[in-house]
Ligand binder design. Sequence first.
Ligand code: FAD
Length: 475
Amino acid sequence: MYDTTLALPARGESTEAPHRRTDALRELAGRITGSLVLPSDHGWDDARRAWNLAVDQRPAAVAVPETTADVVAIVRTAIRLGMRVAAQTTGHNAGPLAHQSLRDTILVRFSAMREVRIDAERRRARVEAGAVWGDVVAPAAEAGLAALAGSSADVGVAGYVLGGGLSWLARAKGLAANHVLAFEVVTASGDVETVDAAHHADLFWALRGGGGDFAIVTAIHVRLFSITSVQAGTMLWPAEQVETVLSAWRSWVDTAPDEITSVGRILHLPPLPDLPPHLAGRSFVAIEAVSLFDADLTAALLAPLRALRPEIDTIHETPMTDLHLLHMDPPGPVPGLGDGMLLTTVDADDLAGIVEAVGVGSGTALLSFELRHLGGALSPDRAPADGGAVRAFDAEFAMYAVGIAPTPDAQAAVRASVARVMSALAPRRAAQSYINFVESARTADTLWDDGLERLRAVKREYDPTGLVRSNHPVD
Ligand SMILES: Cc1cc2nc3c(=O)[nH]c(=O)nc-3n(C[C@H](O)[C@H](O)[C@H](O)COP(=O)(O)OP(=O)(O)OC[C@H]3O[C@@H](n4cnc5c(N)ncnc54)[C@H](O)[C@@H]3O)c2cc1C
């Protein structure tokens, strides 16, 4: 479980005696169409469990709304009781939230609000706050459209988009947050509002990359794209070839057009029976690529990498509905411990440091270390000026390192391995962070650079009492 000894002090201690608070929460449970579970209730541990099974989150209550009216009732009850609310779609990034004291917090889990409506004509979708990307990608594909989904089908649309959203089409289309058309929210005063460029423009700005610290989102309107398939897949080499392959990829990305988004990766796969025998228990260096070009042009562009003769090469025409398989993310909840940062660049010395920290013989406890290539439409000079709080990345790569950590010993080993590779890359750390890849509790000034004061001003305006609690608070 995550170390909670660093728990932050609660900002909003309840003004109610405990039994009166319990009575009021039970009364709320009877009033909403969804459900509300208290620690003494049967099913409490299931209710509070995050997608990341290594996280031990202990809120005062877990509410599962079914309607916006439920969310309003929950927020207004929290206001009356002097409590706080924290929204959670899946708990993929629950780690930093659990570092905070949640004893006065109602955790609002959106698993019962997953409706997705596709407007094929206008190429957009209205997505309820509990939807995961798999809920959107399939109906969008039926309409011949693609969403800027992340690598995993069960990541929540809300948390992903609120933090920025780095998709397989990121270098061509930019951050998913830049393609949000509107949010439907319940504010910290319990009011229902539509937030877009013309209404609550400051809040609209903050919600696009500033995270979930400003309001409770009940639905998101996102832009879709006329794409039905891409050339996509992975090239895998034995990990002993890591230096050759990663340095070839590092040079190659400088020439890659924006239509190709790629990831360089080191994988140490556990000897699990459900992995294919040619993968189980082995270590690989991998290059994953998604191309918007046709098969011939993609093959021509990838030729320098293929010349290194990968042992496995799965690049082929891939329907958008299969793209979630590419990154080999876990299909369901796992106990993971990971962290990441943006890197201004990566050179030959940095690659040597990565290999020393994560390569064969390093003794690393990591399952995966990855570098996602940024640039293209993610660059500050290309991103829309009216994008959100995170409209671009002033960095060439995003790194993320993760290991499976079901026990305290495994957690200590993975934590040390993550720290080792992050320290090797510390000189390349960008001033900006990408909060979706940050799974440790960090202070706000290490997460945002020049946008932080504006984010704090929006927080003061829309949530002056600090009712809304998020995994990455801005103050
Ligand atoms: C296996 C895996 C694959 C991933 N792949 C990618 C990827 O390809 N690209 C990428 O960019 N990121 C990726 N991520 C990171 C992911 O985007 C973040 O973990 C993100 O926070 C997950 O969103 P969630 O809603 O599922 O998580 P949650 O932990 O449920 O939410 C995270 C935070 O978002 C806010 N939030 C969530 N719902 C609401 C709401 N309704 N109202 C207000 N605030 C809300 C809250 O502050 C919450 O603490 C991946 C993570 C994992 C573990």
